[in-house]
Ligand binder design. Structure first.
Ligand code: ADP
Length: 306
């Protein structure tokens, strides 16, 4: 029995023995047609049973995978919460010690004071990097477990872009961040904090992966009913192959090094950005040429108020 060119079984028939044993029995055309029809039907039944078995196996694998993913997300969520609590205490205490140290009436020289201040500042910086990573893990697991709500407000996107650019420039004083002229207003309906987080994430990456001597340029434009924010750097650029995977969880482009600031990332930032923007019915994307730089962008629907 052959199905779709594949041998799936043998259908064997034989005449009864007995009074005909020494007779050389031949099969009539009707008997041959009947045998062929029966074989065809049996082949169909076999193929159907096989399909059902395959389907059941696939379903079992899918269910097992879903369960593994569910347990993994739950674990990440619990572990991140447990890591966050002591870290918050560490950060708070280091900040407090730094403040007390600066207010202290002491006879220390500037060099001696620096010897105490600098390690504390480094500890605080590292704790902040770690806190940001834990926050990303929590945010990603909230997205995965659908425990995530947006608080939508009508807003001028130009204000959010300006605020995010200013905040970043204040935090990173040794880099040039240029906001190209914007035609106001650019009305959107958005969760302001989340959208600001996306812009800050694009800016952080642009600064982190490009050389300090090059500026990062931010544009806000309008096109076809959408507002478009783009962050352009003159960093290493991203190979076409890697561009497809950029928005996946935990993906980091092999061979791209951190060129500015304190590095280490989990490969979650862009995944979170895409989820936020798509929940706002917008789109994300990147234009990038290796050796020339990258422009990460997102769009949001314009919501003109009547
Ligand atoms: P990470 O925390 O690792 O930066 P992201 O999700 O924000 O995670 O980015 C994923 C990866 O994409 C990064 O690890 C980096 O390899 C690459 N990437 C992101 N932004 C840029 C950029 N502006 N220039 C070059 N590579 C980038």
């Amino acid at each position: 029995m052959v199905q779709h060119g594949e041998l799936i079984g043998l259908f064997i028939i034989a005449k009864m023995e007995g009074e005909y044993t020494d007779v050389h029995y031949t099969y009539s055309n009707e008997e041959i047609a009947l045998a062929q029809g029966t074989a065809r039907l049996a082949a169909l039944v076999i193929a159907q049973v096989r399909l059902l078995e395959e389907w059941a196996a696939t379903r079992a694998t899918e269910q097992a995978l879903q369960e593994i993913n569910r347990r993994y997300d739950a674990f990440i969520s619990i572990a991140s919460h447990e890591l966050k609590t002591p870290l918050t205490t560490i950060k708070g205490n280091v900040e407090l010690t730094l403040r007390r140290l600066m207010k202290l009436n002491h006879n220390l020289s500037a060099a001696q004071l620096d010897q105490l201040r600098k390690p504390l500042e480094t500890a605080l910086q590292r704790a902040q990097v770690q806190a940001r990573m834990i926050e990303e893990l929590l945010e990603a697991s909230r997205i995965r477990m659908n425990k995530f709500t947006l608080s939508m407000t009508p807003y001028d996107l130009a204000d959010i872009v300006e605020e995010a650019t200013k905040d970043m420039q204040q935090a990173v004083t040794d880099r040039a961040i240029i906001l190209a002229p914007v035609e106001r207003p650019v009305p959107v309906q958005a969760d302001i904090d989340r959208i600001k987080q996306v812009i800050l994430n694009y800016l952080t990456n642009a600064l982190k992966y490009s050389n300090p001597e090059y500026p990062v340029v931010v544009h806000l434009t309008r096109e076809d009913g959408f507002a478009r924010v783009s962050v352009q750097d003159q960093g290493p650029g991203i190979p076409l192959e890697a561009q497809k995977s950029l928005w996946q969880r935990f993906y980091r482009v092999p061979g791209i090094e951190v060129r500015h600031g304190s590095g280490t990332g989990l490969g979650l930032g862009l995944y979170i950005c895409r989820e936020f923007i798509e929940l706002h019915h917008g789109h994300v994307g990147v234009q990038s040429t290796p050796g020339e730089g990258s422009t990460f962008w997102f769009t949001l629907p314009i919501k003109e108020t009547a």
